[in-house]
Write a protein that binds this ligand. Structure first.
Ligand code: NAD
Length: 700
């Protein structure tokens, strides 16, 4: 680093953290800071030290890619550096602007004083990566803010702003103007003996206030066990905070270190770090010229005010982008707008949005019955019925009405985007934007690149999805794109397992134990069984006769059981309740189907349920990768975690397969092929990786 990172102003040395883009605390920077500290200590003219960040923030934390590498341990380690700062005979002041995250905040807590610019954000978000703050944060934060506030910040990973940090005692002063002069003035006041009235400046020497409620830790443990199933990190975070209360500082620090080492080497944390890096990788698009133009999108039109159209409209309105919501039928428009209003008002009633902001968002959505109103839209998203003829007719009209620069998107779940694009004279401007339901809540959007979609259409679409706070993942055209194409294989196996001896409750139970937010059959009941049924009827004529087919779902639909909305599906539902109740009628129907197909029912283990359903996802995922429908395995993982309730702590289906070992996964799939036939033919990519000892994450 050749930038000016050490300077002396009067009697104060200023050390600048400068490691773009986020002043990450990698080994080189730790070494540099340690060197500057030595210089400041050796200089008799220096009586205080200020540490400040260059650029937009103080420090974004450790280098995530360096975990589990020797660089993360190399001296001076973060722990050594923080300890040396704390032991400094000359007072050290952290001057925080932008953010101090993770190790950045731990570093600041090692300093004797902290001042922060108004609006700065302070957080220990390690738990979100399956970790705990391992640089003394779990021991110092409770000493500064008490165990309750420390638990909110460490166990939940919640941030506080500078004002809240001041109220909690985490910072000593909030600054409105220039930070460096304020920090220098603070240092001068210290020299003059006018330090802020406070406890011991060395945080580790302070005592920890016990929680007001003596049952605090027990209650927290119970809450975490119930709400964060399968995740060791939140409980370990809490245990460390408790250690801060019950152990002397040095022992607490040792405890923190042991627990950190266990977490950092565990699969859960590796899975969560994988997803963190996957989000950054997903933004990179293969083959896009560097000078690709990104369209400015100031106004959006959405066609169809049904379930999806309404939710999509809310997503844009909430991000400040005005929307014209076009419907064919006046009553559907009224219903759609009323639902939007109800949703916003409910959020405001819960206190998560001010009434004024709710009204402002509602006002950004303008209803219309006249398609000509799309004329001034920069982006049009179609969310009408899932019917090719309806969509094609609509796109022909949009082609005539939209301005030449507009991006034309379809929210189809599985129809061929290229076929839709061909009905226009501008297929280069057409793309799929596959939102998930409820669209105002779900973060995932599959951006479906058509054969003709131009680089600018792709880049503009990825960009606008990010702008509305969602996660765009680029996929290619095929039946069901990535998510729904994979889920079809998983659903098939789940239904076969019913015929072979399981019940819907057993399948769902095993999948939930594995970590999925919902089991296959409860999910199907929630989404409604009619769409799948209609699809199967359409495909019936072309279905290869020699392949096994489960009639269970069709038979259930024939009884008028279309899921939760009809009070029954794979389960039954008490009036007004959403909890699935096992239904003997369904169990009998399953046994009947098995008899008709000559299937002998047997005991099915939870392990088989998980392998059959999850490996079905993995095998299809491998085919999708090989066909180039997804750019990388981690994109598939993002889709499954953010769109299908796959547990983040397992990293997604492809990462999960890597952790099991692809040789083992492949061997099981071959066994299923021998037993269950050609559905289970292993994907060539999976075979290649398994045979060469590679992984989806590192296929080369
Ligand atoms: P929906 O039936 O709730 O809404 C469709 C709306 O479009 C209706 O209000 C209808 O009146 C209106 N409409 C039909 N033709 C129109 C036209 N020519 N002009 C204007 N309005 C018209 O359907 P939905 O569940 O919102 O699904 C919409 C699209 O989104 C479908 O392509 C579907 O496959 C896709 N999708 C649905 C989900 C889901 O979970 N529901 C998820 C992802 C994608």
């Amino acid at each position: 680093m050749n930038r000016e990172t050490y300077a002396v102003h009067g009697a104060t040395a200023v050390i600048t953290l400068d490691n773009p883009p986020v002043n990450g605390m990698g080994h080189a920077m730790r070494q540099e800071v340690a060197g500057h500290l030595d210089t400041a200590w050796a200089d008799p003219a220096v009586s205080a030290i200020v540490i400040i960040g260059a650029g937009k923030l103080f420090c974004g934390g450790a280098d995530i890619k360096a975990f589990n590498t020797p660089a993360s341990r190399a001296e001076p380690s973060s722990r050594t550096l923080v300890a040396r700062i704390e032991a400094s005979a000359k007072p050290v002041i952290a001057a925080v602007h932008g953010s101090a995250l993770g190790l950045g905040l731990e570093f600041a807590m090692g300093c004797h004083y902290r001042i922060a610019r108004r609006g700065a954000k302070l957080a220990l978000p390690e738990v979100k990566l399956g970790l705990l703050p391992g640089g003394g944060g779990t021991q110092r934060l409770p000493r500064l803010v008490g165990v309750e506030a420390a638990a909110t910040m460490i166990v939940e990973g919640e941030s506080v702003d500078a004002d809240r940090a001041l109220a909690l005692g985490l910072v000593d002063e909030v600054i409105d103007g220039e930070l460096l002069p304020a920090a220098l003035a603070f240092a001068d006041r210290l020299a003059g003996g006018v330090a802020a009235a406070r406890e011991h400046p060395v945080v580790s020497r302070r005592a920890v206030r016990p929680p007001q409620d003596p049952g605090f830790f027990a209650a927290q443990r119970q809450r975490i066990a119930a709400s964060r199933r399968g995740q060791p990190a939140p409980l370990e975070c809490l245990a460390c905070i408790e250690a801060a209360l019950t152990m002397p500082f040095d022992e607490g620090l040792k405890f923190e270190r042991e627990r950190f080492d266990i977490l950092v080497n565990g699969t859960e944390s590796k899975a969560m770090r994988h997803l963190f890096l996957a989000e950054r990788a997903a933004a990179k698009i293969d083959g896009l010229p560097a000078d690709t133009a990104v369209a400015t999108i100031d106004r959006v039109a959405i066609i169809g005010a049904g379930t999806m159209g309404g939710g999509i409209a809310m997503s844009f309105a909430s991000a400040g982008i005005p929307v014209t919501l076009v419907e064919a039928k006046p009553e559907a428009l009224q219903r759609g707008l009323a639902t939007i209003r109800k949703n916003y008002e409910a959020t405001a009633a819960k206190g998560r949005l001010s009434a004024a902001e709710a009204e402002a968002r509602i006002a950004r959505i303008e209803g219309a019955l006249d398609l000509e109103r799309v004329g001034d839209a920069d982006l049009v998203i179609e969310a009408v019925f899932e019917d090719m003829a309806v969509k094609q007719e609509l796109f022909t009209r949009l082609d005539a009405l939209c301005k030449p620069s507009a991006v034309l998107a379809t929210n189809t779940s599985r129809l061929d985007v290229d076929e839709i694009a061909r009905t226009t004279r501008r297929p280069a401007s057409v793309i799929g934007l596959h939102f998930f339901s409820p669209a105002n809540v779900m973060r995932l959007v599959e951006v479906v690149r058509g054969a003709a979609s131009s680089p600018s259409t792709v880049a503009s679409s990825m960009n606008v999805v990010r702008r509305i706070g969602k996660l765009p993942v680029l996929v290619g055209v095929c039946d069901g794109f990535v998510g729904n194409r994979m889920v079809a294989q998983y659903a098939r196996e789940a239904e076969f397992l019913l015929e072979e001896g399981a019940t819907p409750g057993q399948v769902d139970g095993a999948l939930k134990k594995f970590g999925l937010a919902m089991g296959r059959f409860a999910m199907a009941d929630l989404a409604g069984l009619d769409i799948g049924w209609a699809g199967r009827k359409r495909m019936a004529a072309t279905r290869p006769a020699h392949l096994r087919y489960s009639k269970v779902a069709d038979r259930i639909c024939e009884l008028g059981r279309l899921g939760q909305k009809t009070g029954a599906g794979f389960y039954r539902y008490e009036a007004g309740s959403r909890s699935p109740v096992p239904d003997p009628v369904v169990h009998e129907l399953i046994e009947q189907c098995a008899r008709e197909s000559g299937i002998e029912r047997r005991e099915i283990s939870d392990a088989e349920i998980v392998e059959r359903t999850i490996y079905a996802l993995v095998n299809e995922g491998a085919k999708i990768l090989e066909e180039g429908i997804a750019q990388r395995a981690s994109d598939i993982d993002l889709i499954y975690v953010n769109g299908y309730g796959f547990p983040a702590w397992r990293g997604g289906p492809m990462f999960y397969a890597d952790t099991v070992g692809l040789a083992k996964v492949c061997e099981r799939i071959r066994e299923f092929e021998r037993r269950h036939g050609e559905f289970w033919k292993p994907a060539p990519l999976l075979v290649r990786l398994a045979e060469s000892g590679k992984t989806f994450a590192k296929p080369e």
